[in-house]
Design a protein around this ligand. Structure first.
Ligand code: CA
Length: 231
C-alpha cells in the first residue's frame, strides 16, 4: 500500500512519514499543493493524507481538483484544533475523514487502514483467501492461524492482492502501489517479491496472468468479491 502524504510542516511531515513506513506503507511525502495535485492525478495511491494550509495551492483546492477529475482516492484531511470551518470546507471538497492536530500517529494509522478497507469494498475487517487471513485493521497476516512474517515489500504486494482478491492487478499498477516515487526499481524486482511470497503462502494462491499482471485466486466464495476501486 502506498500513501500520498501532503504536509508542509518540516518537523511533522518526516515524523508522520517515518511512522507510516514502520507500519510497512510506502510513503511519498510532498510539501507543496501543486506537486500534491499532480501526483494524485498521475500515480496510484491507496490513500492520501492532506494538510490544508499548504504553499502553492491549499489543500481544499487540491482536493476539489482531484474530485472534479473523478479521482476516488480516499482522502484524510489534517486540520488545526477547533477549526470547524476547515472541517466543513474539507468535507464539502470531498474529504472522507479528518484528524485534528496534534494527533497520535496510531490513530492516523487506524483511520487510514479503515479508509483503505472501505474503499476496497470490504465491510469486514478480516479477509480470508485459502489458508491466509488478513486483518485489515492491524495489518497482520496469518497462515493457518499462525502469524506470517513478511518484509515491507512482501506485505505491500500481498495486502494489495488480498484487498482485491479475485481481480487481476496490472503489473505496472502493482509496482506503483509497492514502491515509493523516488525508488530505484529493478525490472524483475516484483517477480522476486512474488517468488518469495509464494514460498511463504503456498505456491498456488498467486496466479501470474501472462502479459497483464497478478491475481489472488482463492476459489469458492472469495471469488469475484474484489473491491471496486477504480484506477
Ligand atoms: Ca500546513
Amino acid at each position: 500500500m502506498r500513501i500520498l502524504l501532503v504536509e508542509d510542516d518540516r518537523d511533522l511531515g518526516p515524523v508522520i512519514a517515518r511512522a507510516l513506513r514502520e507500519e510497512r506503507f510506502a510513503v511519498d511525502l510532498v510539501a507543496d499543493g501543486i506537486d500534491a495535485a499532480h501526483l494524485g492525478d498521475t500515480e496510484h495511491y491507496d490513500v492520501a493524507v492532506l494538510d490544508l494550509g499548504l504553499p502553492g495551492q491549499d489543500g481544499v483546492a487540491v482536493l476539489r481538483q482531484w474530485r472534479a477529475a473523478g479521482r476516488v482516492l480516499p482522502v484524510l484531511v489534517l486540520t488545526a484544533r477547533d477549526a470547524w470551518s476547515d472541517k466543513v470546507a474539507g468535507f464539502k471538497a470531498g474529504a472522507d475523514d479528518f484528524l485534528v492536530k496534534p494527533f497520535r500517529v496510531e490513530e492516523l494509522v487506524m483511520r487510514l487502514r479503515a479508509l483503505v478497507r472501505r474503499a476496497s469494498g470490504h465491510a469486514q475487517p478480516r479477509l480470508t483467501c485459502g489458508a491466509i487471513t488478513f486483518d485489515t485493521q492491524t495489518g497482520q497476516f496469518e497462515r493457518d492461524g499462525l502469524p506470517l512474517r513478511l518484509t515491507a515489500f512482501e506485505w505491500r504486494v500481498l495486502s494489495q492482492l488480498m484487498l482485491r482478491r479475485g481481480a487481476v492487478i496490472e503489473r505496472l499498477e502493482l509496482l506503483e502501489r509497492v514502491y515509493e516515487g523516488d525508488a530505484d526499481v529493478d525490472s524483475n524486482s516484483l517477480e522476486v517479491i512474488i517468488g518469495r511470497l509464494r514460498k511463504k503462502i503456498g505456491s498456488d494462491l498467486i496466479e501470474t496472468v501472462r502479459g497483464r499482471g497478478y491475481r489472488l485466486a482463492c476459489g469458492g466464495d472469495d471469488e469475484g468479491r474484489a473491491g471496486g476501486q477504480a484506477a
